[in-house]
Design a protein around this ligand. Sequence first.
Ligand SMILES: Cc1cc2nc3c(=O)[nH]c(=O)nc-3n(C[C@H](O)[C@H](O)[C@H](O)COP(=O)(O)OP(=O)(O)OC[C@H]3O[C@@H](n4cnc5c(N)ncnc54)[C@H](O)[C@@H]3O)c2cc1C
Length: 415
Amino acid sequence: MKWKIEDTPEKTEFRQKFRAWLASNLKDGWLEAIDSANDEAFAKVSEGFDFFGWMTTIGKSGYGAPMWPKEYGGMSGEQWMVQLVREELERYRLPLFGINLLGVGLAGPTIIAHGTDQQKELYLAKILSGEEIWCQLFSEPGSGSDLSSLSTRAIKDGDEWVVNGQKVWTTIAQFAKFGMLLARTDLDLPKHDGLTYFILDMKSPGVEVKPLKQMSGGAEFNEVFFTDVRIPDANRVGAINQGWECARTTLMNERMTLSGISLDISSITGGSKKDPWGSFIGSISDTSDPIARQKIAQFYIEQECKEITTFRANSARARGEQPGAEGGVNKVFNAEFNQRKTNFLINAAGMGAIAWQEGDRQAESRAHAFLRARAATIEGGTSEVLRNQMAERILGLPRDVEVDRGIPWNQIRRN
Ligand SMILES: Cc1cc2nc3c(=O)[nH]c(=O)nc-3n(C[C@H](O)[C@H](O)[C@H](O)COP(=O)(O)OP(=O)(O)OC[C@H]3O[C@@H](n4cnc5c(N)ncnc54)[C@H](O)[C@@H]3O)c2cc1C
């Protein structure tokens, strides 16, 4: 990587400690195989890697959530530590926080900020160890970008709440033990004001999870239906009708969790990390085609711009400043850049993009990356909505039209 800030002595020490920890918790030779760019040795040492075991090991070490307070299993650290851990995990080809990304990245910080002592005691340790997987029950068929308009109802009945409604797009709900649920508890208040945040045990009677099969082959997300689901009041996070405040904490952490994740060149082509552009170019059948050559050069320019923007954001963090517009800019740019690159590779592969010999890793990665890249401009906030936010908050353009501001939810027109 060309654009790199030199580590401060504090960071050098943290990085060295983490590397030493990695060396003693991975198979012998793992780090050396990467450091010497020996793909063959790496394939051997990483064979049969225990993904779930790894999740528990890193989760219990504190490195899984450096920003969490020490008393809850973190390191009471700073944002740069998260960044540094990510850099090292990426360098050594280890999964970024594993399957419990939503638990560690979203639910944990929300419970730490708004939960009761009992909730912290009950849930945080098992989120970090990966024993209890979490999902995010926010989006609904009629409420995605306009999340606060959601309709799932929760009605108080003694010490319990009774929930009816439907969520959609719920990633990993089929494996989750708990869900962060946002439900409407007062119909007479404006849309942001009548919401309450709950912790839902996904095995409660009346919860039905239906996986949605995607075009990429997997079923990453689900529809979730609630019929008279009972939630104890002890599972309420924050005050009644103050759920939007807790949801904002979850959403802010979602943006931070997702902002560092993007498809790199080698994961799109299934090629070597040692020479990602070499693999990219190598996967194109006719590099003498003038249009293909121009496109490749353009991708290279854009990749450089992206790295410089990331570099600027990291430099700001290193100086202790809050990064400015780079988060939103990077999210929109990465999502669309990935789509352009994968579109190009599919076109360049011709018939090879449609049919291939079983076991052709390059062709499989190319097709999967092409299909998966469609979701990137939707998940974690659509590109249109993020552009609106940038227009308003960064460029000072007039606010987007809001016809329902201040109006009671039950008087708003909905589909
Ligand atoms: C892979 C994936 C995983 C997801 N996982 C989860 C999850 O685990 N939990 C969860 O709760 N949600 C999840 N989501 C849902 C995601 O947050 C929503 O899809 C997203 O917020 C958009 O909402 P929507 O799909 O209802 O689209 P809509 O909000 O209906 O938008 C439809 C179109 O209209 C545009 N649009 C909407 N409002 C405006 C506006 N004001 N100005 C201009 N254009 C506008 C949008 O950009 C979009 O193109 C996931 C989504 C994806 C793709």
